[in-house]
Design a protein around this ligand. Structure first.
Ligand SMILES: Cc1cc2nc3c(=O)[nH]c(=O)nc-3n(C[C@H](O)[C@H](O)[C@H](O)COP(=O)(O)O)c2cc1C
Length: 148
């Protein structure tokens, strides 16, 4: 059994829709249990307990959303050295920029999480093609978590 945690922040629903697609992709794999949470509500225990984490953020001013940064800020010291090599997947929705991905990738590196795929960038609400890509991301994360 692999536990997948999908965390996200979303004001107008684009990243929430993307998070649901990632979760659907992960759930499709037998032996996975998926929890989807707003980043502001996700806890240190959620991060420690999962076998793989997907992190979704909108691009707000070329940086991750404050809610996602808050998650990283709260969980860094309590999980330091305990999440090394934990598989992670990143997805970012944006209005045409997308530079926020750099900030998430950099912090995941500091946590020593292991990215299992390139960050998926989505312009605003995921269309059919992007939804399939996000589902694939979730599936890849679940596969990596099952192998862990
Ligand atoms: C406060 C704010 C700042 C934003 N800044 C950027 C930006 O710098 N670059 C960009 O490409 N899009 C920017 N956008 C657009 C959002 O990233 C985009 O619409 C995103 O999909 C919103 O996700 P959400 O519906 O999950 O909140 C911004 C939106 C808001 C509300």
């Amino acid at each position: 059994m692999a536990k997948i945690l999908v965390i996200y922040h979303s004001l107008s629903g684009n990243t929430k829709t993307a998070a649901r697609a990632v979760a659907k992709g992960a759930r499709a794999l037998k032996g996975t249990q998926v929890v989807v949470k707003q980043a502001l509500k996700a806890t240190v225990d959620d991060l420690l307990a999962c076998d793989g984490i997907a992190i979704g953020t909108p691009d707000y001013f070329s940086y991750m959303a404050g809610g996602v940064k808050d998650f990283f800020d709260r969980t860094f010291y309590p999980t330091e050295g305990k999440v090394t090599n934990k598989p992670c997947a990143i997805f970012v929705t944006h209005g045409g920029g997308g530079r926020a991905s750099e900030s998430v990738e950099s912090i995941c590196k500091t946590f020593k999480l292991r990215p299992i795929a390139k960050t998926v960038l989505v312009t605003n609400r995921p269309d059919k093609e992007k939804t399939a890509e996000l589902q694939q991301l979730g599936r890849k994360l679940a596969l990596a978590a099952l192998k862990k």
